[in-house]
Design a protein around this ligand. Structure first.
Ligand SMILES: N[C@@H](CCC(=O)N[C@@H](CSS)C(=O)NCC(=O)O)C(=O)O
Length: 205
């Protein structure tokens, strides 16, 4: 089996090593396919030789690697586990550290909020189930790092959000009602189209 030069493990799958000549040294992992998250990827690939992109297989986006539930992204002696958390989009993932002390939730769970569900495959019911079944089941002390910080708070914990999140402490029915009545303006330039020859790059439409 191939041995990863970074983490020295011989287990090819954990390192995403497919053969001895294809170790990945730089990986841009996108939590979902919205312009405000993936737009940098094409430019980063141009500037950093060997950089690979990764995104959920359910995102509809092209990328070097398509991620599935349970995939492990290894770096050094650490790894991130891919946890599918659809609802904001179909292809949203949360990345959880191997020791389950940190979770990068993208736009699924925000601090005292959550991703909107009113466009591009949004589903309030799916989001509620994702958060309750996949994120709120992580340890209480697990730190939450979301994709947006609208109120100056950059980290929270599972216990805090389970207790204080004004949307997720509600029943499913109440949550769906809240999400259907947010009436947020649609962000400008949120739509993306990905030309076939530009892997995980973005052209605004
Ligand atoms: N007006 C705000 C809202 C921007 C916004 O819509 N943010 C998205 C994530 S980017 S698609 C979202 O899910 N927000 C949830 C929410 O409850 O605000 C701004 O422009 O800053």
């Amino acid at each position: 089996a191939a041995v990863c030069p970074v983490c020295h493990q011989a287990d090819g799958d954990r390192c995403m090593v497919k053969d001895e000549s294809s170790f990945i040294l730089f990986l841009k992992v996108n939590t979902h396919c919205h312009a405000d998250h993936i737009t940098s990827t094409g430019l980063m690939k141009k500037r950093l030789a060997g950089l690979k992109s990764a995104i959920s297989k359910f995102s509809g986006a092209s990328a070097d690697i398509h991620l599935s539930e349970g995939d492990k992204i290894t770096f050094g002696k650490q790894y991130l586990t891919v946890v599918e958390t659809p609802g904001h989009t179909d292809g949203c993932v949360t990345l959880v550290t191997g020791d389950r002390s940190m979770a990068f939730t993208g736009d699924a769970l925000l601090i005292r909020g959550c991703g909107r569900t009113d466009f591009q495959q949004g589903s309030a019911k799916k989001l509620y189930q994702s958060i309750h079944q996949k994120i709120f089941t992580l340890p209480d002390h697990c730190l939450i790092y979301p994709g947006h910080d609208y109120k100056g708070q950059t980290a929270s914990t599972v216990a805090e959000e389970r207790k204080f999140n004004p949307r997720l402490t509600k029943s499913l029915e109440e949550f769906v009602d809240i999400m259907n009545n947010l009436n947020l303006p649609k962000p400008k330039k949120i739509d993306v189209s990905v030309p076939a020859n530009l892997v995980c790059g973005v052209h605004e439409v």
